[in-house]
Design a protein around this ligand. Structure first.
Ligand SMILES: C[S@@+](CC[C@H](N)C(=O)[O-])C[C@H]1O[C@@H](n2cnc3c(N)ncnc32)[C@H](O)[C@@H]1O
Length: 435
């Protein structure tokens, strides 16, 4: 059993707090025993006075050494071994989680001494105290809150107090990191959603997201802790470069518009096209000659080419056509869900500087809006089998994989494409006829 004795002028307050909830139940199960001691009970004067003026003058009073000593000695005499004695003081070393671990695992009995007034007589500290602990760089009226904090932090690490070591091993300060943000039901509250990664049910993805958030939080809020971390592992390095990329992204401006593309837009569209081609070059999806200015001009003539503008600047483009795509009729390894008319997405890209800003999601919302305006309830799109980024993006936006289609590309390019579809809204159910 782990013992804590607390010397205080307010034993009832301290006792009440520490016998609630988890610590209360651990005491009922004899894993812990926390006892409070009224320092006044150990004074020899009738008034039960425990303080006096400070030598040398000055304001306030000082807790006298002898009542403190008598109380401490009374506790010590009940045990064979002198308990580790801590004076809670703003002059002590600041308490940390490693102190909590050390005290929980290297000691089995603590005496916590709560000061009051201007503090306590130094001679008691010199004779009886093993260490001084501060709760932080501020001054409290008395040591009680500090003693309760230390007792609580130590006791929850005593084996058996919490159901599982996992309860504290993933928490802030355990391994020098701050904890990731936590969410509980409902999934949407006041319009705020739970991060998508936590809803996947994929344990590895959840763990990865949590580690990344912990790193980010620690870096932003506690650079002092962050600089002590060992982040040399391959997986941390990968997370850090992802974070760098994400943090360098621009936030999406309020003024984003979608409109049919005009000839004047072609120069800006070609810049975005060159950026997209550079990105897709390793998988060979778009090549030197495709798509080209002529493809955009043809789309414009058909009024199927659109641009997205951020504060008036062309920042993305796409083609959305209400005409069925011939190659989609020969789908393999699967099938389309419906033969109903659909809109098909071709040639879409966002400018490099807006990648990751949410502009692509905005573009996906525009596909839906336009298709619905045309009375079409299905969207179809295809992308290169190796274009994982595009596939992830369309899946996130509600598209489902349906099979493979073959597109016309010059050799040696791979003509196979992954085909996806999305149903935009479920038609209203048939109204039952009543006779
Ligand atoms: C008003 S304080 C005395 C402060 C003292 N005169 C000083 O300036 O260092 C009274 C008591 O509160 C407790 N206390 C105050 N601030 C504390 C802190 N940051 N951490 C732990 N205990 C504290 C100590 O037990 C102290 O004896």
């Amino acid at each position: 059993m782990y013992h804590i004795d607390i010397m205080t002028l307010f034993p009832d307050t301290v006792g009440d707090v520490l016998s609630e909830s988890i610590l209360g139940r651990a005491q009922e199960r004899d894993i812990l025993r926390i006892e409070t001691h009224q320092i006044r009970d150990y004074t020899l004067n009738k008034q039960k006075q425990v303080d006096d003026y400070p030598y040398g003058g000055g304001r306030g009073a000082v807790l006298q050494a002898d009542p403190l000593y008598q109380c401490w000695d009374h506790i010590c005499k009940q045990y064979d071994k002198r308990p580790h004695t801590i004076y809670l003081s703003p002059c002590g070393r600041t308490f940390t989680q490693s102190d909590a671990k050390r005290l929980a695992w290297e000691q089995d009995h603590l005496i916590l001494v709560c000061g009051h007034y201007e503090g306590i007589d130094q001679r008691f500290i010199d004779e009886c105290v093993d260490e001084e602990i501060s709760l932080g760089d501020f001054v409290l009226t008395g040591g009680e809150i500090a003693a309760m904090a230390v007792a609580d932090a130590v006791c929850r690490l005593v084996p058996g107090v919490l159901s599982d070591a996992e309860c504290f091993e993933n928490e802030s300060h355990w391994d020098g990191l701050l904890e990731y943000p936590q969410y509980s039901r409902p999934e949407v509250w006041h319009g705020r959603t739970v991060p998508q990664e936590l809803l996947t049910g994929n344990h590895a993805k959840v763990e990865r997201w949590r580690r990344k958030q912990s790193l980010l939080r620690t870096r932003e809020r506690r650079p002092d802790l962050y600089e002590k971390l060992d982040l040399s592992s391959k997986s941390d390095q990968k997370l850090l470069s992802e974070l760098e990329r994400e943090l360098s992204r621009l936030p999406l401006p309020r003024l984003v518009e979608c409109r049919p593309a005009k000839e004047d837009d072609l120069a800006s569209m070609e810049v975005i096209l060159a950026q997209a081609k550079a990105l897709l070059a390793p998988i060979g999806q778009w090549n030197d000659n495709y798509p080209a200015r002529e493809d955009f001009e043809a789309d414009m003539a058909l009024k199927t080419c659109y641009v997205l503008t951020c504060c008036g600047e062309v920042s993305g483009f796409f083609t959305l056509s209400p005409q069925p795509e011939e190659s989609y009729s020969a789908i393999t390894d699967g099938k389309w869900s419906s033969n109903e008319p659909y809109a098909v997405i071709h040639r879409c890209a966002v400018a490099e500087k807006w990648r990751g800003s949410g502009l692509a999601d905005r573009m996906a919302a525009e596909w839906e809006r336009l298709a619905l305006t045309w009375g079409l309830e299905w969207l179809r799109v295809d992308t290169h089998k190796k274009n994982k980024a595009m596939q992830g993006f369309i899946r996130r936006n509600g598209f489902r994989y349906r099979g493979n289609v073959l597109v016309e590309v010059p050799p040696p390019y791979d003509p196979r494409r992954a085909a996806y579809e999305k149903r935009l809204r479920h038609p209203a159910p048939d109204v039952k006829k009543t006779s």
